[in-house]
Structures are given as structure tokens and as C-alpha cells.
Design a protein around this ligand. Structure first.
Ligand SMILES: [Zn+2]
Length: 91
């Protein structure tokens, strides 16, 4: 388990691909790809940010008041690259 102070660049170098967030309200777990965060926030250089910093910026879309996640950790999701792989859908 990498340190919470590890930056996105460091984590990616170690094979991590996603940020796993657990909502403080509904307990929903969402895996957010670092790639998605880059696309969503093109003006922010996330490479130098830590998972803790990124986690504080995450907001649950389901909960009133959009609380920040209670738990955030780096996560590896390796896609097989084959077609017909299982599809993951949030919710
Ligand atoms: Zn929630």
C-alpha cells in the first residue's frame, strides 16, 4: 500500500491506474481513472498531486451536499485488452 503522500506520477509509475473513492454518505465505491481526471480537469497538472488531495476534490453525485469521500486509495485495474471483456458500470 503506497503512502497517501505518493503523487499520481509516482503511483502510475508503479502500475496504479485508478483512484478508488468510498463515499462518506452512501458508501458507494467508485473507481476513477487517472486518465479520466486528466480529461475532466485539463488545466490541473495532477501528476504532482497526492491521492489525498485528489480525494478531497471528489464529490459524490448521489448524496445531498456532495460529501468528499471518506476513504481514497490508489487502485490497479488492468484491462485484458480483449473484446467482450466484462463491463463495469457504476451503480
Ligand atoms: Zn454518496
Amino acid at each position: 500500500m503506497p503512502s497517501a503522500r505518493a503523487t499520481v506520477a509516482e503511483l502510475e509509475a508503479r502500475g496504479y491506474t485508478h483512484l478508488r473513492c468510498e463515499c462518506a454518505g452512501c458508501r458507494r465505491i467508485v473507481d476513477v481513472p487517472f486518465r479520466f481526471i486528466r480529461q475532466r480537469f485539463p488545466n490541473i497538472a495532477i501528476d504532482g498531486l497526492t491521492t489525498a488531495t485528489l480525494g478531497n476534490a471528489m464529490r459524490c453525485q448521489r448524496c445531498p451536499g456532495h460529501p468528499a469521500p471518506t476513504r481514497v486509495r490508489p487502485w490497479r485495474i488492468v484491462s485484458s485488452g480483449k473484446s467482450g471483456g466484462r463491463q463495469r458500470k457504476a451503480g
